[in-house]
Design a protein around this ligand. Structure first.
Ligand code: BES
Ligand code: ZN
Ligand code: ZN
Length: 503
């Protein structure tokens, strides 16, 4: 999007839509009188009558009829009470602005930045929320309809009306745009049908990303995985005609390759459940079983753009989980890359197997801190619903630092316990070191806890995004489908991390 760094006035700006924040206590806002006077319409009366709504997240669009204005429409964004407005609500309000702009095909917008300022939220932050919200809200899912005549509409230009330092405002908008673009990229990966996004295609995407941002990249193919003895990802892949891939990206932002934060993603491009086959209804949507991988790639994109002085590694284990004469079965015993053996009790508990090898590989490649992300269990949805990511950790301080980032991005994360008794049940097998499905209770804990068996003492956070990675219906910040959850939180976490957190 073209960011105009000249600051126009109400009378000089030529734009499809001028975006204005309105609240109950509007009166003392700078420039308000000039605004009212210039547009000459009975705006204050309309606010009083409720025709322009000030309730939080209410959107009101009106045409401009003044002959001197080069603004075609005013779009009012309700902020409720400015004193209690939270950044999350502001971001969501901008999400609805994005949806409106998308629907009405507005390509040039002007943000009256100062009209969104509150005591708590400075204009320099509000403009980040604006870019994030508008661009995430305006996202649409790619379709393959032959009859589609709806042209893609991109937001082409943004102007700012502000008293603030324009460089700072423009830089804030750019950061928000970088975040939203990465989220939208992750969404598009999740939304891609399984026949179009195979493991090798996902690997090609990662290679492109690496080229764009100068990451070190390594793609291990099936023969190499066999050579290395990655028996867990290979077991999941056994029923498939598609080759698996182990994808590694490395970004070195610090002088030495130390204190490396490793993101590890589940990249199951389609999960049939294998011989422990899913129900007809359960199969639909399983193209999204690579949401963890998408989150890793999205976060790496932001890191590539913003280039923090930290070291970050992304590891993605990718395969589909299919059925054939060669597929793995319940009762099989497999040997992981770590050497640990696993008794397979359920072939639908495949994500933890893929992650077992991916986590071991990330450690072997030098990750000192681990965050794994996966659409791992239906159990997390039973426990927490569709709007919360479930978490486990072996290091409370590390997790608490992560929670701060999640509070900033508004992506809700809730920690569950992982007890010695849980671990005992994961380790219970007569014939192997571990079993991959300890029971019909506590699915999320067993799934994540299983991954923890391969982590050792490395500080680790497990994020089960099975509920949050795919939205069942439209929401303020985006459409039904892939959400790109955790992209923003992972990147924010890396940006905010201090040496203190890494002790
Ligand atoms: N990919 C699924 C989890 C999932 C469910 C993701 C619903 C998104 C929406 C995972 O591989 C799976 O099937 N997990 C099983 C584990 C069980 C067999 C131990 C589950 O949660 O039922
Ligand atoms: Zn499964
Ligand atoms: Zn799965």
């Amino acid at each position: 999007m073209y960011i105009n760094k000249n600051i126009p006035n109400f009378d000089s700006v030529a734009t499809d839509v001028l975006i204005v924040g309105v609240s109950k206590n509007q009166n003392n806002m700078a420039n308000w009188d000039q605004f009212i006077e210039f547009f000459g319409q009975p705006i204050e009366q309309w606010i009083k009558d409720g025709d322009i709504q000030t309730t939080a997240k209410a959107i009101t669009k009106i045409p401009v009829y003044s002959s001197k204005a080069k603004v075609k429409r005013l779009l009012f964004v309700g902020l409720g009470n400015r004193k209690t407005l939270t950044p999350d609500t502001l971001r969501e309000a901008f999400g609805l602005v994005g949806k409106t702009l998308q629907k009405t095909r507005k390509v040039s917008m002007t943000l009256w930045v100062d009209s969104f300022e509150t005591e708590e939220i400075p204009a320099s932050d509000a403009v980040i929320m604006a870019a994030e919200g508008i661009m995430m809200g305006a996202y649409t899912v790619e379709n393959y309809k032959t009859t589609s005549n709806v042209a893609e509409v991109a937001l082409e230009e943004v102007n700012f009306i502000t008293h603030q330092d324009i460089e700072e405002i423009a830089a804030g908008f750019e950061v928000g745009e970088i975040y939203a673009t990465a989220v939208n990229e992750a969404r598009s990966l999740i939304n891609k049908p399984g026949n179009m996004l195979t493991s090798s295609k996902l690997a090609e995407y990662a290679v492109e990303l690496a080229k764009q941002y100068d990451f070190e990249v390594e793609i291990l193919d099936k023969a190499q995985l066999e050579e290395l003895g990655m028996g867990a990802i290979l077991a999941v892949n056994k029923g498939s005609k598609e080759e698996p891939r182990m994808i590694t990206l490395k970004y070195q932002g610090a002088e030495n390759w130390e204190d490396v934060i490793g993101f590890v993603g589940k990249g199951v491009t389609f999960d049939t459940g294998g011989y422990s086959i899913k129900s007809k209804a359960g199969l639909v949507g399983m193209k999204g079983d690579m949401g963890g991988a998408a989150a890793v790639l999205g976060a790496m994109r932001i890191i590539g753009e913003l280039r923090p002085n930290k070291n970050v590694m992304g590891v993605i284990g990718s395969t589909d989980n299919m059925i054939s004469g060669g597929a793995f079965k319940p009762d099989d015993v497999i040997t992981t890359y770590s050497g640990k053996t696993i008794e397979i009790l359920n072939t639908d508990a495949e994500g933890r197997l893929v992650l077992a090898d991916a986590v071991t590989y990330a450690k072997q490649q030098g990750a000192n801190y681990l965050i794994d992300l996966a659409t791992l269990t239906g159990g997390v949805i039973t426990a927490l619903g569709y709007d919360k990511t479930g978490a486990l950790t072996n290091n409370q301080e590390f997790f608490d630092a992560f929670l701060k980032a999640s509070a900033e991005t508004g992506e809700f994360v809730w920690q569950l316990p992982l007890t010695e008794n849980d671990k005992k049940r994961i380790r219970k097998s007569d014939i192997a070191d571990l079993n991959n499905s300890p029971g019909s209770d506590g699915h999320m804990i067993f799934g994540g806890g299983f991954v923890g068996e391969f982590v050792g003492d490395t500080p680790w956070i497990h994020l089960d995004i099975a509920g949050t990675s795919d939205a069942l219906s439209d929401y303020d910040l985006g459409p039904k489908g892939g959400t790109g959850v955790m992209v923003r939180t992972l990147a924010t976490f890396v940006e905010r991390l201090t040496q203190e957190d890494l002790k």
